[in-house]
Design a protein around this ligand. Structure first.
Ligand code: SF4
Length: 186
């Protein structure tokens, strides 16, 4: 595939993860990847985000386009797999909001760790080279939860991109499933 200008958007994904190593508050940039697709969808009635802008999909394209590709397996196209990831996305968002609320009310401590698919704690700490004073625990907690969400889906996407076609993750990505449903209804 010819490299196009949108491929440079992939740098945003790398930047997000690298900046999170310096200070986890940068993970809030991940909100842009969660909210912008739906803003564009509602305003333009087209899924321009997935077609062009998505930094993650562009990263997969940049990394894997030149590698040998195998067809996306049929099981990955099954509706229940897509539904599973939509539920994962919704449950993740709920946990993110609810646990941040609990931390803000001092009902629980901030979870200062990256988790894969909510359940698995990554066995290393992000160094946090930049110290920002007086950050509320809820803000730190929220940052780690956003970073974990982005980390989990990017790792799965990289794995699928490596095994099959570069953008195989898009087959099951909740943003695509929700966007398609929205456009169908419209
Ligand atoms: S389906 Fe998901 S990963 Fe693929 S382009 Fe859309 S938002 Fe990005």
């Amino acid at each position: 595939m010819k490299r196009n200008v949108y491929n440079y958007f992939s740098l945003f994904t790398i930047l997000l993860f690298v900046l999170g190593i310096f200070n986890i508050l940068f993970a809030w940039l991940g909100f842009l990847c969660m909210i912008t697709p739906f803003i564009i969808l509602v305003r333009q009635k087209k899924n321009k985000w997935c077609q062009n802008y998505c930094p993650r999909a562009n990263l997969f394209s940049v990394l894997f386009t030149k590698t040998k590709t195998r067809k996306t397996p049929n099981w990955l196209k099954k509706p229940w797999v897509k539904t599973f990831f939509v539920y994962y996305f919704v449950i993740n968002l709920f946990i993110l909001i609810w646990s941040t609320f609990l931390v803000s009310q001092q009902f629980m401590n901030a979870m200062e760790a990256v988790r894969f698919m909510i359940a698995f704690r990554i066995p290393w700490q992000l160094p946090q080279f930049i110290h920002i004073p007086n950050i509320s625990p809820w803000a730190v907690h929220l940052s780690f939860r956003i970073y974990s969400m982005m980390f989990s889906t990017t790792v799965i996407g990289l794995l699928l991109g490596f095994l099959y076609r570069p953008r195989t993750w898009c087959t099951v990505c909740p943003v695509m499933t929700i966007s398609n449903k929205y456009l169908k209804v419209k």
